[in-house]
Design a binder for this molecule. Structure first.
Ligand SMILES: N[C@@H](CCC(=O)N[C@@H](CS)C(=O)NCC(=O)O)C(=O)O
Length: 216
């Protein structure tokens, strides 16, 4: 499998975590969003939407991280990312959707570029915009986590699920936008628990081949 992705893209980060959790190898193909490689004809031939990630596999080129994650779950059901019973599956999908539907899309690069270049927003406005929607989603997530008596160290139950796959990249992105995460102790604890697992730490943006090398 070839994963077309960018180190800092949170929807790419989701797939790297999920592929690691499933124990699946893949080739890393970097698509540099800073150089707008995702808008070039060669990439748009793979994904006409011009967004990363895309996964090339025996079934063709798959796009849209939620669809790819569901495909991974269907195709590689051992080491599942969803619990077994319908109510629990709905719960995990809801936690993931708070991030995937209601936080990430409105803070995405192209939205921020539109705010900057078409509507004239400066960097303070951009930061306020991103902070607003991250706080709105994280407040709800924190409340949902607090109200779940059966929860262990992760978002649901005692092992990582799709909800953690979505949460960790969003925490990373919140830090990049300098969002104060102290009101969210449960989210921070989950982030810490996941960071201890190689499946998560190896998927982190800083560990990817296209990430800037830190100076020693
Ligand atoms: N719903 C899509 C969103 C993909 C997406 O927005 N990817 C971002 C990176 S996280 C991207 O390619 N952005 C390029 C841009 O906005 O110009 C998915 O989950 O795959």
């Amino acid at each position: 499998m070839q994963l077309y992705n960018f180190f800092r893209s949170s929807s790419s980060h989701r797939l790297r975590i999920a592929l690691n959790l499933k124990g699946l190898d893949y080739d890393y193909v970097a698509v540099d969003l800073r150089r707008e490689e995702h808008l070039e004809a060669t990439f748009k031939a793979l994904n006409p939407q011009g967004l990363v990630p895309a996964l090339s596999c025996d079934d063709g080129v798959l796009i849209q991280s939620p669809a790819i994650l569901e495909w991974l779950e269907d195709r590689y059901p051992t080491l599942p990312l969803l619990p077994a019973d319908p109510a629990s599956r709905a719960r995990v999908r809801a936690l993931a959707a708070i991030i995937g539907c209601d936080i990430h899309p409105i803070n995405n690069r192209r939205i921020l570029e539109y705010l900057r270049h078409t509507l004239g927003a400066d960097e303070d406005v951009i930061q306020a915009w991103c902070g607003e929607w991250i706080h709105a989603g994280f407040q709800a997530l924190e409340a949902l986590l607090a109200a779940d008596p059966g929860r262990g160290r992760f978002c649901f139950g005692h092992t990582p699920t799709l909800a953690d796959v979505y949460l960790i990249p969003q925490v990373e992105s919140a830090r990049r936008f300098e969002v104060d995460l102290t009101p969210y102790p449960r989210i921070l604890a989950i982030d810490e628990a996941c960071a201890r697992l190689p499946t998560f730490s190896n998927a982190a943006p800083a560990r990817q081949p296209d990430a800037p090398r830190s100076r020693t």
